[in-house]
Write a protein that binds this ligand. Structure first.
Ligand SMILES: Nc1ncnc2c1ncn2[C@@H]1O[C@H](COP(=O)(O)OP(=O)(O)OP(=O)(O)O)[C@@H](O)[C@H]1O
Ligand SMILES: CC(=O)N[C@H]1[C@@H]2OC[C@@H](O2)[C@@H](O)[C@@H]1O[C@H](C)C(=O)O
Length: 377
């Protein structure tokens, strides 16, 4: 059921603060936008609040344990609280950064610890976040889509579509986070979207194993390595990559791929993983090939990956900044945007983005002791 009430600002536009804790487990992205859930009137500030190595490790352990975890497991609850405390800090810091853009609403994605067909699980304590910030919070964005037969991901396509409204089609936005996903606006048909395969997650794990640093900074490893083509082709033979959109992944979906790299040196393994990410994107079956790609997410900071994409993809590849977007803030902005859509009962997903039977709204409102628009009602 759609959340009520609808937005109370006279023109329908509100200041929505989005929070996204992605599959890379590196921190929480926070961003502020002014939107009515259809148009974006302003992009406010954004930043990432990094997790401590300790919290990152605790979350990583939860990902491994999630299939067997009960919802009230003590480690889970403690990590969920620690995660939410960082989100509270992120909200407070962003409010200080934007005193002229008072926050009306928070979109709180939380941390996905498990995602598989028929089940998606995000942790994060929305009631605590609402109570600590005195703000209404929309959370639990994915479960309505899953309950209605959808993949529950990706949810960012409708935000990408709003950003691309005036761009000449066919055009795509490519997000390279821990997992990679794309949104394609074809020339005539509705938006098509899917997860494409691993983004940086395998490369992060490989770099951590071989260098003790949790990612391949500036592609230094990969740029010095050679692609092991026999291993690459073996990895690409997985049927997921031939499946048409919509489709989605868990962060650990391709984790076993790392065992195929055993025996390679650190640089060659990194080069092979970069090629794997680029090729899985290039081979994604699409109804039409984009003429232009705008790349967001942390992967665009990796020059080895950007070079591999430029070579593998048809069309021209640009970082998101080419459009004036903030490539590290898009997902957080998206959850601000989706929070307003949720409040207004608008769809968060479509049959062509998640495979859901019909356009589907979602998200739940949590409001601790305050009215939906706080003191501004
Ligand atoms: N300078 C850099 N050089 C290489 N890689 C980088 C650099 N900066 C960031 N990255 C990569 O970007 C990742 C973080 O990306 P991002 O924040 O988009 O992921 P996420 O939002 O957690 O993931 P998802 O979109 O799957 O939820 C890091 O883990 C790292 O792999
Ligand atoms: C289940 C889940 O959290 N999926 C994430 C993940 O990270 C990237 C990709 O896989 C995408 O499907 C999704 O996040 C973005 C924000 C989305 O829903 O569009």
């Amino acid at each position: 059921m759609p959340n009520t009430p609808k937005t109370h600002q006279p023109d329908g536009f509100v200041n929505a603060l989005g929070l996204m804790s992605g599959t890379s487990l590196d921190g929480v992205d926070a961003a502020l936008i002014r939107t009515d859930g259809t148009d974006i009137a302003a992009h406010g500030p954004s930043f990432t609040l990094p997790y401590t190595a300790n919290l990152r490790q605790r979350l990583r352990t939860l990902l491994d344990r999630a299939p067997d975890l009960g919802a009230d497991d003590a480690d889970l609850k403690a990590a969920e609280h620690a995660l939410t405390v960082v989100h509270v800090q992120a909200v407070q810091r962003l409010r200080h950064m934007a005193p002229d853009m008072p926050v009306d609403l928070v979109g709180f994605h939380g941390q996905t610890i498990l995602h598989r067909p028929g089940r998606t699980w995000q942790i994060g304590d929305a009631a605590y976040l609402s109570a600590q910030t005195n703000l209404p919070v929309i959370h639990d964005f994915r479960s309505a889509d899953v309950a209605a037969g959808g993949e529950g991901a990706p949810l960012v396509p409708l935000y990408h579509a709003a950003l691309l409204r005036n761009a000449p089609a066919p055009v795509a936005v490519l997000n390279i986070g821990g997992v990679a996903n794309l949104s394609l606006i074809p020339s005539h048909d509705p938006i098509v979207a899917c997860d494409t395969g691993p983004g940086n997650a395998l490369l992060d794990d490989w770099a951590a194993q071989h260098t003790g640093i949790p990612y391949d900074k500036d592609g230094q490893l990969a740029l010095g390595g050679k692609v092991a083509h026999n291993i690459l082709e073996h990895l690409l033979a997985h049927p997921f990559f031939r499946k048409p959109a919509p489709k989605s992944l868990d962060r650990l979906s391709f984790h076993n791929a790392l065992t195929c790299l055993e025996g390679l040196n650190a640089a060659d393994g990194a080069a092979t993983l970069v090629a794997f990410t680029a090729q899985t994107i290039a081979r994604t079956p699409l109804p039409e090939q984009p003429r232009t790609w705008f790349v967001c997410g942390g992967g665009r900071h990796n020059p080895a990956l950007m070079a591999a994409l430029a070579q593998a993809l048809p069309g021209t590849v640009y970082p998101a900044e080419q459009c004036g977007w903030k490539g590290d803030a898009l997902e957080a902005e998206c959850f601000g945007f989706l929070a307003v859509r949720s409040l207004n009962g608008l769809p968060l997903s479509l049959p062509t983005t998640t495979g859901v039977a019909s356009p589907q709204t979602g998200g739940r409102l949590t409001c601790m002791g305050i009215t939906p628009w706080g003191r501004r009602l």
